[in-house]
Design a protein around this ligand. Sequence first.
Ligand code: SF4
Length: 240
Amino acid sequence: MTQIAVEEDVRSLVETLNYRDKVERALALIESAYKEFGDGLVVANSLGKDSVAVWHLAKRVSPDIRGFIVTTRFKPPETKKFMADQVARYPELRVFSNDGPIPDRLYETQPDRCCDILKVEPTRRAVREMNVSCWVTGLRCTEGRTRVDFREVEQRDVGLVKLNPVLIWYEREIWQYLALYEVPVNPLYKLGYRSLGCAPCTKISTGPDERAGRWIGTSKCGGECGIHTRPLKLTDGAGI
Ligand code: SF4
């Protein structure tokens, strides 16, 4: 892991590497991490286009690689159906959610709190219950304003490495990969969505910022749910 040039200028890699270079680099990153972390390497599969590309890449490295999905009561029916199809096809994908009571319309009044309860808490539980030492994400630095400062390999929490193997891919290169390997995607993309989340917080958007349709009308607009910004490995395992 450490031999890979993780400190290279991310922007320059985005612009100078071609599609094939990026695929090979992503595979090398996953392979190197899998050698180091073994079964502790787990893919966080959000069921979005970037995640399913990463899941496909990981499966090329080893069919034994496990994954988890964090879902919420507010996911659109299309996403729930796509999730059921993916889990039926890959039983090594575990599903986590927090189905406890929350105030009505919390996503409108306190979206950060809503995401903490429904997304961050189950992600922490997934990390803990699956003994994750390296989680692999579909995060890309060209997705929007909140994603420009990430690195391919990060360590935000003690004992938990984060690997972002498609960090330097353009949106077009993700679609190129998915098309070339005929990877099934969430049917919501056919309607024009570019970034998928919970139904009340996701709109179809246009323009350069892929995530501009997320949390429109709130302070979180175009922002983050928290799994990429909040601690995930708590020493006391106490949840949020
Ligand atoms: S995306 Fe919206 S509905 Fe989903 S957890 Fe976050 S605030 Fe709640």
